[in-house]
Design a protein around this ligand. Structure first.
Ligand SMILES: [Zn+2]
Length: 161
């Protein structure tokens, strides 16, 4: 399979895996500051399946500000944008950061990472691993940032409470 087909296939898997996720019930970005307030306004009542790409581009680095619930809901928009724009861009780069605990992160803030991914199903996690794998195979983020590590993310999920 060529890269284009792989990217399309993964896009479909992500769309299916996140299809039924409900819009967050709680606060989208609970932190009390102007930036989080803006984020709440921007994403209020948006559907992850049809968010304007300009919004994703403008908020390329905002995933960490979302609540765990909102992160679960809006992440697929960022994943799909990244697969549709599979080159060096800020959305792709910062989406990787949000999925990629470094070894140091796992030592110092394991609970944080566990909390971030508490709502994801096994099927959804599987699409994220595939997302990281396809980047690993085709981009040089690994060498540039030494962060691509599916095992890191897997360990967050597999560790029992
Ligand atoms: Zn804030």
């Amino acid at each position: 399979m060529n890269l284009k087909d792989k990217l399309n296939l993964l896009r479909r898997s992500i769309t299916e895996a996140f299809m039924d996720v409900q819009y967050p019930k709680g606060n989208l970005a609970p932190h009390d500051c102007a930036e989080c307030q803006d984020l709440r306004k921007t994403f209020a009542n948006k559907n992850w399946k049809n968010i304007d790409r300009k919004i994703i581009e403008k908020n390329y680095d905002q995933l960490p500000l979302f609540s765990a619930e909102a992160f679960h809901y809006f992440l697929p928009s960022y994943l799909i944008y990244s697969l549709e724009n599979f080159n060096n861009n800020f959305v792709l780069e910062f989406t990787i950061y949000a999925l990629n605990p470094s070894k140091k992160d796992l030592k110092g803030s394991f609970e944080y990472w566990k909390e971030r991914f508490q709502y994801f199903s096994i099927e959804q996690m599987e699409t994220i691993y595939q997302f990281l794998a396809i980047i690993d195979e085709n981009q040089d983020y690994l060498n540039r940032y030494e962060r691509i590590s599916i095992d890191g993310l897997k360990s967050v999920r597999d560790q029992p409470n």
